[in-house]
Design a protein around this ligand. Structure first.
Ligand code: DX5
Ligand code: ZN
Length: 223
């Protein structure tokens, strides 16, 4: 199983002070920054677009920080170049939002970014099996996408288990409701990339939370 990566979701940070919040998360031990892009069509909420990512990239040099862009958007094909230019490192589209996932993965790779594919809770995990050889990451959503601070859906864990048993070396990300109270379920199922918004940015000591999440995933790897 690949190493643990902890990716605080900046959706739970103070957007009025975004660059400083991103720096704070990195300073507290984050491996990646999870950037939630919502368009008001694919999900019933709007967040930020490429111009804002360009600004935070200006404050956090490439190489020192990894931007994991979770694209909760319709027509994900439209924004690949913009996010590559803005300094995105990984472009994770939703399987449900495209009819040509293979062509989209090629487009993402051609732009110089890693490619991820996200599945909503009700989408069967078998949908991505044929795509995995081309993908750098699969994201198994553990809430319905659209909002931070929702309850972790434990019923999604069999999807993670099945994916891990088929693909031991794949980066498998989980997103939604993760924190000290739920990390054991995700780690036991075999997830290694952990998104955490509320539990990190809402913590008194984010450093402690990030360390605990990482330690739990790494302990599972030794089993
Ligand atoms: C939900 C987003 C998540 C969200 C996670 O649609 O994709 O990344 O910010 O937030 P928490 O960790 O608070 O559930
Ligand atoms: Zn997300």
């Amino acid at each position: 199983m690949p190493e643990a990566k902890i990716a605080p979701s900046i959706l739970a940070s103070n957007f009025g002070n975004l660059a400083a919040e991103c720096k704070r998360a990195m300073h507290c031990g984050a491996d990646w920054l999870h950037v939630d892009i919502m368009d008001g069509h694919f999900v019933p909420n709007i967040t930020i677009g490429a111009p804002v990512v360009t600004c935070i990239r200006g404050a956090l040099p490439k190489g020192d920080s990894f931007f994991d862009c979770h694209m909760m958007v319709a027509e994900p094909e439209r924004w690949v170049e913009d996010f590559a230019k803005a300094g995105g490192d990984l472009y994770c589209f939703h399987y449900e939002a495209t009819s040509s996932p293979e062509a989209l993965i090629d487009k993402i790779h051609a732009s110089g970014m890693r490619a991820g594919c996200a599945l909503k809770p009700k989408t069967p995990v078998s949908a991505v099996f044929d795509l995995v050889p081309k993908l750098d990451m699969v994201l198994i959503m553990t809430v319905e996408p659209g909002f931070g601070g929702q309850k972790f859906m434990i019923e999604c864990m069999p999807k993670v288990e099945e994916l891990r048993s088929k693909f031991p070396d794949l980066d498998i990300e989980v997103d939604g409701g993760l924190g000290p109270a739920t990390i054991d379920f995700a780690a036991d199922a075999g997830a290694n990339v952990i998104v955490a918004g509320t539990s990190v940015f809402g913590a008194k000591d984010p450093r402690e939370v990030i360390a605990l999440l990482r330690e739990t995933v790494n302990k599972r790897q030794l089993k």
